[in-house]
Design a protein around this ligand. Structure first.
Ligand SMILES: Cc1cc2nc3c(=O)[nH]c(=O)nc-3n(C[C@H](O)[C@H](O)[C@H](O)COP(=O)(O)OP(=O)(O)OC[C@H]3O[C@@H](n4cnc5c(N)ncnc54)[C@H](O)[C@@H]3O)c2cc1C
Length: 601
């Protein structure tokens, strides 16, 4: 045993650290938790990215809160919209918390120094967004607080600056690859810490802690066409899964209507909030047919489906009739340059199209995971439908609380990370006041060491990039906006084959320093695990609801499926057949005031 230059203890080449609370992830969710926890406990934030590179920084359009700054609004309407937007699979007690605490969440950020856009009187300005309405669906309402189309960037910078001010300990470019758990005789799980791989050195670090908060973000990279950053490979969700803890509602993935055609780069819904219109090849404003009341501002699942339907019906634009247009030309250069500068530039740079004078080709892009690590309203991770894992928390996109149900409303995620990140931070502080450290097992890094060495030393012939591409292509073709039993069975077959081939993977770089080659292989393992759960759960849900559209079961079926999916890893995780290792169960939806109704917009 020795002590390294940074003060941590080194034993058998592994670094050991001890903190009251470890937060995995330095996006909005993780850093919001750190700001609550930091002043009250000994906290470390571990992040595979430098904090300000987290995907929260890419968020564009806004953060919802019924502030009533520009027109009448209240949190009850916001709750209703969230429940209806989520096609009634939302836990309504959680949605109420989200909408109520939204107001303080925005004011907290304002007090931390976030430069929101302002009204002429100096109040925080608000814009329209899909599915957010006045008085239970009467008309679109201005509820999204924003900072141009860089709202996420401003949130992430503001949170990071405040973490620095509070002296939070950051371990950047550290990849957490395992959660250290100790199973009690009665079958309950205790957590003892996490194991991380340091990118710069290739060394392993064990962080012993009393409480752990997962805030590792989404997993859009299971798809090819996605708005998500390359790093969104779902590691946190994958770690929880491998620890045989459940995952909730994984079949529900959101396809955002306006991805740049062929690329998937996002054009914020804020554009439609400012008045942009979707048109088909003949210039028709087709959303008038699908959602007569709020048209282009219907929730994303409805708009994305309508766009694909237009293309399937032969009304798509372009030489292959395979996209529709986002028309911003009537907004004028000033609105575009001041309120939507980034997306205006994206269209110019990536498609060579100037939104000021011509409509932009768009199609849906994989955007947001509604499902994830199940938690209760205190952000505690569930081990069963009711029991929690003491000291383990999750918040943000990796978690499923569930405020988004089967379809998230735009601007509700930046809100979710702030509300439930804050809750996770506060509850973890309360927990560590009385909790003890759980003793570490003899060699806590053993599993990660084996994983890394097996991948690095494997003499196989399969290439990471080739496997990843096959997965992503197939997910786009067969598990995207429209799904069927047949298409899902096919993609499940592809995943099984890829899981077999993955055992034979080859990593070129055998070195220790900055071995991103190796980490991409690790990430691919998580992508395959997660994609399998997504598709398996999707095949099991024989109805259409929110982001999950089954062409062979086009109707919502409340009698059979008004319940959350809970997926468990129960068998041999190395068997290639999903039926051998995944067990699906259900969890009731919490319904308080809004009985499920047909969704009309
Ligand atoms: C282009 C785009 C635009 C969006 N616009 C909006 C919007 O306008 N409004 C809105 O409400 N929502 C928007 N969203 C959604 C929203 O931004 C995200 O859902 C939200 O920011 C996720 O925050 P998070 O903290 O959960 O995760 P992230 O911000 O993704 O952070 C994840 C963190 O986890 C860390 N991490 C992951 N794996 C590991 C590991 N193995 N070890 C260590 N660290 C790890 C990463 O380093 C990172 O710090 C947008 C999303 C995208 C992609």
């Amino acid at each position: 045993m020795s002590t390294s230059t940074s003060g941590d203890v080194v034993k058998d080449g592994v670094h050991y650290h001890q903190f009251d609370i470890v937060i995995v992830g330095a996006g909005g969710g993780g850093m919001r938790a750190a700001i609550e926890a930091g002043p009250n406990a000994n906290v470390a934030v571990i992040s595979k990215l430098y904090p300000t590179r987290s995907h929260t920084g890419a968020a564009q359009g806004g953060m919802a809160a019924a502030l009533s700054n520009v027109e009448e609004d209240n949190w009850e309407w916001h709750t209703y919209d969230t429940v209806k937007g989520g096609d009634y699979l939302v836990d309504q007690d959680a949605a109420e918390i989200l909408a109520k605490e939204a107001i303080d969440a925005v004011i907290d950020l304002e007090n931390m120094g976030l430069p929101f856009n302002r009204t002429p009187e100096g109040k925080i300005d608000q814009r329209r967004f899909g599915g957010h309405t006045r008085d239970h669906g009467k008309a679109a309402v201005r509820r999204a607080c924003y900072a141009a189309d860089r709202t996420g960037h401003m949130i992430l910078q503001t949170l990071y600056q405040n973490c620095v001010r509070l002296g939070i300990n950051f371990f950047n470019e550290f990849y957490v690859l395992d959660l250290i758990t100790v199973d009690d005789a009665d079958g309950s799980t205790q957590i003892a810490g996490v194991v991380a791989y340091e990118l710069a050195t290739g060394e392993l670090h064990v962080f012993q802690s009393k409480a752990i908060i997962f805030a590792t973000g989404g997993f859009g990279k299971i798809f090819k066409t996605t708005s998500n950053a390359h790093t969104l490979t779902g590691d946190g969700v994958g770690i929880i899964w491998r620890k045989k803890l459940p995952l909730e509602d994984m079949e529900f993935f959101q396809f955002h209507p306006t991805g740049l055609y062929g690329l998937g780069i996002l054009l914020t819904e804020g554009a439609r909030g400012e008045g942009a219109i979707l048109r088909n090849a003949s210039g028709e404003r087709f959303m008038e047919r699908y959602a007569p009341t709020i048209k282009d501002l219907a929730p994303r699942d409805i708009v994305a489906r309508s766009m694909v339907q237009e293309v399937l019906d032969g009304r798509g634009a372009g030489p292959h009739k395979d996209y529709v247009y986002l028309d911003c030309t009537h907004l004028g250069a000033e609105v575009l340059e001041t309120k939507l500068p980034d997306i205006t530039e994206f269209a110019r740079t990536y498609l060579g199209v100037d939104p000021v004078v011509e409509p932009v080709p768009v199609m849906p892009t994989a955007h947001y995971a509604m499902g994830g690590i199940p938690t209760n309203n205190d952000a505690e991770v569930l081990r069963t439908n009711t029991d929690v894992v003491p000291g383990l928390y999750a918040a943000g996109e990796c978690a499923c609380v569930s405020v988004h149900g089967s379809n998230r409303l735009g601007t509700n995620s930046l809100l979710d990370i702030n509300v439930f990140g804050k809750r996770a931070g506060n509850n973890a502080v309360e927990y560590v006041k009385t909790a003890e450290f759980v003793p570490l097992p003899e060699d806590p890094a053993a599993e990660v060491r084996t994983l890394i060495e097996t991948l690095r030393d494997n003499s196989g012939t399969e290439r990471v990039a080739a496997l990843r591409k096959t997965l992503q292509n197939d997910m786009d073709l067969k598990a995207q906006v429209f799904r069927t039993e047949e298409s899902l069975t096919e993609v499940l077959g592809t995943i099984e084959e890829l899981r077999e081939r993955y055992k034979n993977i080859h990593v070129d770089d055998k070195g220790k320093r900055y071995n991103t080659d190796l980490l991409e292989a690790v990430e691919l393992g998580f992508l395959l695990d997660i994609a399998e759960v997504v598709v398996y759960a999707a095949r099991n849900r024989k109805e259409s609801r929110g982001g999950h559209m089954r062409d062979d079961y086009p109707k919502r079926d409340d009698d059979t499926y008004m319940k959350h999916t809970m997926a468990y890893l129960t068998g041999d995780p190395h068997s290639s057949d999903a039926t051998d290792h995944i067990t699906l169960d259900w969890k009731p939806v919490v319904i308080t005031r809004y009985q499920p109704m047909e969704r009309k917009y």
